[in-house]
Write a protein that binds this ligand. Structure first.
Ligand SMILES: Nc1ncnc2c1ncn2[C@@H]1O[C@H](COP(=O)(O)OP(=O)(O)OP(=O)(O)O)[C@@H](O)[C@H]1O
Ligand SMILES: [Mg+2]
Length: 226
């Protein structure tokens, strides 16, 4: 078993552009995150942060390089096995939430059980909604929720299957300071309880909550800030 929750080694990803052009979104990036770390990933727009997060989460195959999540290599197995690695180990919080518009908050939180059965899922989902102050909102669809509430539903959904690794892309990007602090507190608590967090953020205050900050420049690792 690896000591690292996540390890990416010499990862490259180039996207094809129009008229035969190409964009080297991630260029020879290596990253190791130990369990219990809360890592903030910063860097300018377009430097490859979301791309490396998708690669780290088993959602986007790199052109070259290796990815290891909890000792397993998601790109060396078939897509069904890769989906089960994701469901078992990883929670995602996307910048635009990606909630299902016609499901209420409770059913959105329960959506991951489509990928992996969870005994007592409904009680667990209700407990997460309670923890995030959303009990009164559990039967509201996303369009009837505030942005901060939607983000908390997205975080509850990411936590339902008890992942070891939480990948969050600008989880506070759309939030006012109060809602942002609430999300950051929940992420920090998740890490304190032994979970691992990789959070993309432009926000120095958000990065300040992390135990380590790293910065990308043009597709690669630039510096370790702390
Ligand atoms: N599916 C795609 N097809 C083509 N190019 C892409 C694709 N996804 C990303 N890119 C390009 O790859 C580069 C890195 O994109 P990425 O989304 O990872 O940046 P980012 O650091 O997350 O930026 P931001 O802070 O604006 O979210 C950009 O130049 C982007 O235009
Ligand atoms: Mg991005």
């Amino acid at each position: 078993m690896s000591d690292f929750t996540l390890r990416a080694t010499n990862v490259h990803k180039t996207f094809a552009g129009p008229k035969g052009s190409s964009v080297a979104a991630v260029n020879d990036m290596s990253l190791e995150i130990a369990s219990g770390e809360f890592v903030a990933l910063g860097g300018p727009s377009g430097c490859g942060k979301s791309t490396i997060l998708l690669i780290a989460g088993g959602l986007l195959r790199p052109d070259q390089g290796e990815v290891e999540i909890m000792g397993t290599r998601p790109y060396e197995v078939d897509s069904a096995r890769r989906a089960s690695i994701r469901a078992k180990h990883i929670g995602f919080v996307f910048q635009q939430f990606h909630l299902v518009p016609y499901l209420d908050a409770l059913d959105n939180v329960l959506a991951p059980t489509l990928a992996r059965a969870l005994p007592g899922a409904e009680d667990k989902a209700k407990a997460l909604l309670e923890k995030f102050g959303l009990t009164e909102r559990r039967h509201h669809v996303p369009s009837a929720l505030s942005v901060g509430e939607q983000q908390r539903v997205a975080l509850a959904r990411a936590l339902l299957l008890e992942p070891q690794l939480l990948l969050a892309d600008e989880p506070t990007g759309n939030l006012d300071p109060e809602n942002a602090d609430s999300i950051l507190d929940h992420l920090a608590t998740f890490a304190e309880e032994g979970g691992t967090v990789l959070m993309v953020t432009h926000d120095d205050r958000a990065a300040g909550q992390a135990s380590r900050s790293i910065r990308m420049e043009k597709g690669s690792f630039a510096e370790s800030v702390s």
